[in-house]
Write a protein that binds this ligand. Structure first.
Ligand SMILES: Nc1ncnc2c1ncn2[C@@H]1O[C@H](COP(=O)(O)OP(=O)(O)OP(=O)(O)O)[C@@H](O)[C@H]1O
Ligand SMILES: [Mg+2]
Length: 499
């Protein structure tokens, strides 16, 4: 936009345009930049900044800046009450300073450090319902002019627009999160089934801790419902309206770790064309589910620990600390205490995560639940596949009760799904189950699977055999199979291969 001499007529149009954008744009940063740039141009200022007040630290951070030194200035933060902006944010009153050198309140060190000669400043607070949320300042008028009282009036319009944009964005994020929370609850279409004492005890404990903010560690074999339990705790907690955020610690590549956890600012590294909100920030005021923590890399352990200790972090390329309020639930099917003993898992992190410990019992320890769960999944899949008559025959049920289910509920669920699809459409009979004499069968090639399913099935069994022959040593198994260890680990979690 060209600098304008007379801001009266032109500004009305720009403002109208901005105010339509404010109501539907959801990229807050872009919108604030637009507001500030338009303001700067209309005011014929040489530079400008929009600062936000962090209520927890009582400091102002540069959110958007314009002018020659716009990048340099972002590294600073300003205490409430410090300098012109700090003063405006503290008092909630605008300031028009024609010559800063003559004003005691001016805090010259930032200008000095970045080598910018500040002469005059017009600064107004940004308010939402009378509460100051930040401030906007315009610096040095073009052509050596000084800011006038009518500039302050115009500036107030910009600051109101910016405050509105921020308020809208926050509301939007809140609504979006609430929607996602609801959606997630609906998607959680499997309840935790079981009448055994073992499962009832865990459920009772889970509901007891749900109310608190206590970090909760869920231990249990693969397929025993750890994730399901984590969701249940979240859904029963005061944080239920927000979406639970899951990080699968085994699946985050080291190179993306920081961006994934902390997010990044636009332009913070090559390829960062957009601002990205990290998982930690998404989990603010919600639950963070750290899944497969036994697989967490040492770097990730260090980073997560820092955040849990400090409660703040920085986006990659960002200078403003972000404070978060999260409740952590962690899960693993590994012996994490052993991991601590042999130095693979940090003890300090372990103690942070392990405030409350819950164990999901293996299916073989609660065999009385097998008929219940089997019928539940038979019902579920017959509805899903549109096949309404199917029953589980007595011999099939007996066979299921006898079997030990090393893959636990996931294995039972898969067995039933397969039996519903493969069976005669009336009754599940023992032959429909992929178990022979208490051992899972080496699956024969069957008609009805896609090539991908058959290949995945083969890969899974191939890895299991190799792990068995190397006593679970992943490096050895990977070497034998001629693949990278990291790739093997990924396949192991993809196919949920148990130890
Ligand atoms: N008590 C239960 N009642 C009904 N379904 C269950 C129960 N427990 C687990 N399931 C189902 O079993 C499957 C595996 O559960 P989940 O993913 O929570 O296990 P997990 O312990 O996280 O396994 P892994 O360690 O392999 O990640 C899911 O489909 C889940 O819905
Ligand atoms: Mg899981």
């Amino acid at each position: 936009m060209k600098p304008l001499n007379n801001h009266k007529e032109i500004s009305i149009d720009s403002l109208k345009e901005i105010s339509t954008w404010v109501s539907f744009a959801h990229d807050l940063n872009q919108l604030l930049e637009l507001i500030l740039e338009t303001g700067t141009s209309i005011m014929r200022a040489k530079a400008s900044s929009l600062l936000l007040l962090d209520q927890k630290t009582n400091k102002l951070y540069f959110k958007v800046t314009t002018g020659m030194k716009k990048n340099e200035v972002k590294q600073f933060d300003i205490k409430l009450g410090q300098g012109i902006v700090g003063h405006v944010a503290e008092t909630g009153e605008s300031l028009l300073i024609k010559d800063v050198a003559r004003d005691k309140r001016w805090h010259r060190s930032i200008s000095d450090k970045i080598g910018f000669k500040t002469r005059s400043i017009a600064c107004v607070p940004m308010k939402v319902q009378d509460k100051v949320i930040g401030a906007i300042e315009f610096i040095n008028k073009a052509g050596g002019d000084t800011f006038q009282q009518n500039d302050i009036e115009l500036l107030n319009v910009f600051s109101d627009l910016a405050a509105l944009a921020i308020l809208n964005a926050r509301k939007f994020r809140l609504v979006q999160q609430e929607n996602e929370g609801l959606k997630q609850a609906l998607e959680l279409n499997h309840n935790i089934i079981g009448e055994s004492k073992a499962i009832k005890d865990v459920l009772a404990d889970a509901l007891k801790v749900a109310d608190s903010n206590a970090s909760t560690l869920i231990l249990g074999e693969s397929g025993t419902g750890k994730e399901l339990l984590a969701r249940l705790i979240h859904q029963a907690s005061p944080r239920k309206n927000r979406r639970m955020i899951t990080i699968n610690c085994a699946a985050v590549p080291e190179s993306l770790l920081e961006a994934e956890l902390f997010g990044h600012e636009r332009g913070s590294f090559t390829g960062a064309s957009e601002q990205k909100i990290g998982k930690l920030e998404l989990a603010d005021e919600s639950t963070l589910f750290l899944d497969e923590i036994g697989e967490m890399s040492p770097t990730m352990q260090a980073k997560i620990l820092r955040v849990l200790q400090d409660g703040i972090f920085y986006r990659v390329g960002g200078n403003a600390p972000i404070s978060i309020d999260i409740r952590v639930i962690a899960a693993t099917n590994q012996d994490i205490a052993e991991g601590v003993a042999n130095g693979k898992f940090r003890e300090d992190l372990y103690y942070r995560l392990n405030v409350v410990k819950l164990h999901t019992p293996p299916l073989r320890d609660r065999k009385e639940d097998i008929p219940l769960i089997a019928r539940y999944f038979a019902d579920f899949f017959k509805k899903e596949k549109g096949n309404y008559q199917i029953e589980i025959s007595k011999p099939a049920m007996d066979k299921m009760i006898k079997y030990d289910w090393p893959g636990n509920i996931r294995e039972l669920r898969n067995a039933i799904e397969r039996a519903v699809v493969m069976g005669n459409g009336k009754q599940i009979i023992p032959e429909d189950l992929p178990i022979i004499d208490g051992e899972a069968t080496i699956n024969r090639v069957k008609f009805g699977a896609t090539l991908q399913e058959a290949l995945d099935d083969f890969k899974k069994r191939f890895i299991e055999v190799n792990l068995k022959h190397t006593n679970g040593n992943r490096s050895k198994a990977a070497a034998v199979m001629g693949i990278q260890r990291t790739y093997l680990s990924r396949l192991i979690s993809k196919f949920n291969i148990k130890k």
